[in-house]
Design a protein around this ligand. Structure first.
Ligand SMILES: *[C@@H]1O[C@H](CO)[C@@H](O)[C@H](O)[C@H]1NC(C)=O
Ligand SMILES: *[C@@H]1O[C@H](CO)[C@@H](O)[C@H](O)[C@H]1NC(C)=O
Ligand SMILES: *[C@@H]1O[C@H](CO)[C@@H](O)[C@H](O)[C@H]1NC(C)=O
Length: 219
């Protein structure tokens, strides 16, 4: 296991500089079919980091009108399928808020969206477009779709950069705790650096895709 000091330093610097504008959303934590929080308020330029727990989840952008369908013909963000047994996935998926429109999202694993695994960033003030309405519409969606590939966000280490900004806020990181450097060097999957990580993620995405395809054929 080799860790480049430059890599560690640059990831730490990146984490600190992003600290003021990043929010963490856990995905499927504790075995729940939910995002926590499921309602996020963010400014333009803010980043939202999704942290995945097992067994298999995703985050896919939707429109309000079509709760379990990939946004705009499959051109919205998609984290890929994240599979990691029962533990936290060492990867995260971070999106950037580009505009003032509400951003709706769901888990693309078959059945999860219908079960209520959905969320929203900057919900509209329109009382006909609430998360509760989105959720009940999702329950009636015939099926779930995803884009063909991971897109629209950045895959990174399972790290909460805001925990690195000051020692006093580290406890807000919850189960993951600690600084990015500590997590990188003692994480659950220490070999996940550089190209290795890309390959592992690719395989996860492929397995997830096959699972979706298999489940879709059963419907
Ligand atoms: C999100 O909502 C909050 C609170 O309503 C608002 O301050 C913020 O500007 C909104 N951000 C975007 C990107 O619309
Ligand atoms: C509020 O949302 C409903 C349902 O999507 C939509 O039909 C209506 O046009 C919206 N109203 C406004 C003022 O945007
Ligand atoms: C913001 O724009 C980038 C670049 O086009 C895109 O990858 C990202 O998914 C967008 N964010 C959202 C929330 O749609």
């Amino acid at each position: 296991m080799m860790y480049s000091p430059v890599l560690l330093l640059s990831s730490l610097v990146g984490a600190v500089s992003a600290a003021s504008s990043l929010q963490v959303v856990t995905v499927g934590k504790g075995g729940s079919l939910s995002y926590s929080p499921d309602t996020i308020t963010a400014a333009v330029g803010d980043k939202v980091e999704f942290q995945f727990y097992g067994p298999t989840h995703s985050v896919v952008q939707a429109s309000f009108d079509e709760p379990c369908t990939a946004f705009n013909g499959g051109t919205g963000f998609f984290a890929g399928m994240s599979t990691n047994g029962n533990g936290p996935n060492p990867n995260s998926f971070t999106i950037t808020i580009n505009d003032t429109n509400p951003v709706w999202f769901y888990c693309g694993f078959p059945g999860h969206c219908q079960a209520g695994m959905v969320g929203v960033i900057n919900v509209s003030s329109n009382r006909s477009e609430t998360l509760d309405i989105f959720k009940s519409n999702a329950a009636n969606a015939a099926r779930s779709t995803t884009p063909k590939q991971q897109q629209g966000g950045v895959i990174g280490a399972f790290v909460n950069p805001s925990s690195a900004s000051t020692a006093s806020t580290a406890s807000t990181a919850g189960a993951t705790g600690g600084s990015p450097v500590t997590q990188t060097s003692s994480g659950a999957v220490p070999s996940q650096t550089g190209n290795d990580a890309g390959q592992v993620r690719g395989e996860f995405a492929l397995l997830g895709g096959l699972a979706v395809a298999a489940a879709a054929m059963l419907v």
